[in-house]
Design a protein. Structure first.
Length: 290
């Protein structure tokens, strides 16, 4: 992967990942934010990120974000405050990849961890390689090679990833029969799911559906909202609107309009729309009208 693989030469760029790493990674991301962009705003997310900051400072909830950090899945919208121009590169991990790659990430949500703490002594060489690389494509390639080495046999990462996928599949299937296949009662299954993902199965599904809905809304911004709500499995348009405002922090129309600007705090949604898998959102039991 070289510099020519970096797409969308704006301030925030999507970088496709090598095919052998697609079970682990959704995308590479390059951020080059000027001082005028004071914030980055993320919706609740089921995926997590590995980020190496090359320049500038970033704060979250009043605390300085480590220069090389793993940022967990989140159950609420999150605002990152920039201190001057910010440059960074990173990887968006598949939801099931985080705890498989980093055993101590299991069960963590709404969390930041220094990568040196999560990975151990080997991270210093990786971070040095990122800073020494000649361009953004090469920096992303260093991070991809780091993941490739983590998952290479006889690593236990693949077995852990498959265990996580089995939990997800059981949550998406008919609950009683799925849990029986795993040899668990419903309560045992939910406890195991929370221990792994840091959130209940229903909460995971709601956030995954939100991520899918936002991506589809940005991919087809002129589409009827009522059709989007139905396609994503919402009870109705108002049900989707409540979830979007609660989990993304703004109404859907404001988010879509905001991402049309080249200088927007909602740039993560632009990247998210490009990482959208070609599959329907996970099923969630509709909320009844009140």
């Amino acid at each position: 992967m070289g510099h020519d693989r970096v797409q969308n030469t704006g301030m925030q760029r999507f970088v496709p990942v090598p095919s052998d790493l697609q079970p682990w990674l959704m995308a590479g991301v390059v951020v080059d934010a000027p001082a005028e962009l004071a914030q980055s705003q993320f919706p609740a997310m089921v995926s997590s990120m590995v980020v190496v900051r090359l320049a500038g400072q970033v704060h979250c909830r009043g605390a300085l974000v480590p220069p090389a950090a793993w940022i967990s899945a989140s159950t609420t919208a999150t605002v990152y405050e920039h201190g001057g121009p910010v440059r960074a590169v990173g990887l968006v991990l598949q939801p099931e990849a985080a705890a498989a790659l980093f055993a101590s990430a299991r069960g963590l949500v709404n969390t930041l961890r220094p990568l040196a703490e999560l990975v151990g002594p080997g991270w210093t060489e990786v971070e040095h390689g990122v800073h020494a690389a000649q361009d953004d494509g090469a920096r992303i390639a260093v991070l991809c090679q780091f993941v490739r080495q983590l998952v290479a046999p006889p690593s236990p990462c693949e077995a852990r990833r498959l265990q996580a996928l089995a939990l997800l599949q059981a949550a998406h299937d008919d609950a009683p029969s799925a849990n029986q296949r795993m040899g668990l009662s419903q309560r045992q299954f939910e406890r195991r799911f929370v221990a792994h993902w840091g959130m209940a199965p229903k909460q995971f599904q709601v956030i995954a559906r939100l991520n899918s809905a936002l991506g589809n809304a940005l991919a087809a911004p002129g589409g009827p909202v009522v059709d989007l709500a139905a396609d994503q499995g919402y009870y109705d348009q108002s049900h989707m609107a409540r979830d979007v405002r609660r989990l993304a922090g703004h109404p859907l129309q404001a988010l879509v309009q905001g991402t049309r600007s080249p200088l927007t705090a909602h740039w993560p949604l632009q990247i998210g729309a490009q990482t959208l898998p070609n599959q329907p959102a996970p099923p969630v039991e509709p909320t009844r009208k009140r």
